[in-house]
Design a protein around this ligand. Sequence first.
Ligand code: NAP
Ligand code: G4F
Length: 326
Amino acid sequence: MNKKALITGINGQDGSYLSEFLLKKGYEVWGTVKRNSVSETQSSRIEHLLKDGKVKLEYADLTDMSSLIRIIQKVKPEEIYNLAAQSHVRVSFDQPIYTTNVTGLGTLNLLEACRMVSPNSKIYQASSSEMFGNNIDDDGYQRETTPMNPVSPYGCAKVFSYNICRNYRNSYGMKIWNGILFNHESPRRGTNFVTNKVVKAAVRIKLGLQEKLHLGNLDATRDWGHAKDYVEAMWLMLQSTLKPDDYVCATGVSHSVKDLCDYTFNKLDLDFRDYVVIDEKHMRPEELYDLKGDSTKLRSELGWTPKYTFETMLDEMTEYWLNKYE
Ligand code: NAP
Ligand code: G4F
């Protein structure tokens, strides 16, 4: 019998890559989607997987525990990947209560649903480097032991989820892993996150479809990896024969938003300084300045290695937008 996996937020960037990854491994893949008035939108990233019923979808919302109980009861999955969230940091300042309800309390709804109807399912929780805030160890990295000091409503909600997962693991012996993932991107990344926003705009400028690119803080640095590499890390955690644990997943290399602009525009024979406009609208009330992760634990205990670099990832994203417009 094939193993069954349930992915919350299956139509997100990570959900779509994880579905492809698990299907290749022979899993029966189930996913939850949030109802949208435009039905194409609610499954746009996984349209290619819906043909032949490869992936099975159910409506559910992290804020509606009854919907979670219903689907977990129906599927009884061996593995649950909790990827659903209001995942945009800037938006979390505009919608702090909604973000906390979904990204924080939503996780508790899922844990309770699981404890009631499928306590033996293994659970992956999508924790985030945003939880560290501006805390950095003396050697310049963040790792599993770095104290958490979130600087956004999103970060605060993720810290709650991280802690409640550890609490349910310790209190009830539930098999729960926190993957503390640093930023990961791809052509499927929402275009309101900085990487895909920059790449899409650079291509449009090159093709004469756009004149300027409005951005916020160019000095912030991030450890950017590729989502395809990171979904493999999620799966590796749930296959571990060691006790359930928390793992940082990162490339260990960081770049500034300025470096990102420089590399992307240069590849298209453009100078970003001619096009980028600094716009207060994209600044955050509190900024997380620098992220660089040490994933030694994940690499040494579970054998994870990323295949993409910052440059090969941006090349793939540029190629995607060029093909799309040409
Ligand atoms: P994403 O593209 O924003 O996908 C999030 C998914 O969650 C979407 O399918 C979204 O549906 C769904 N969702 C939103 N609110 C929901 C609700 N109330 N109930 C059920 N589903 C809901 O995010 P991602 O980049 O794939 O990230 C996956 C997870 O990893 C998220 O939890 C994110 O916070 C976390 N994370 C991401 C990164 C990163 O760099 N990508 C790093 C660390 C952690 P709609 O599209 O219909 O809104
Ligand atoms: O691309 P971003 O919006 O990603 P951010 O805030 O780091 O959050 C992402 O990564 C987290 C992991 O650390 C995830 F948990 C979270 O779900 C999400 O996937 O912004 C990156 C940096 C920030 O410093 C921001 O201030 O880029 C800066 N930035 C500058 N101009 C901008 C812009 N960000 C966005 N989104 N849009 C701009 O115009």
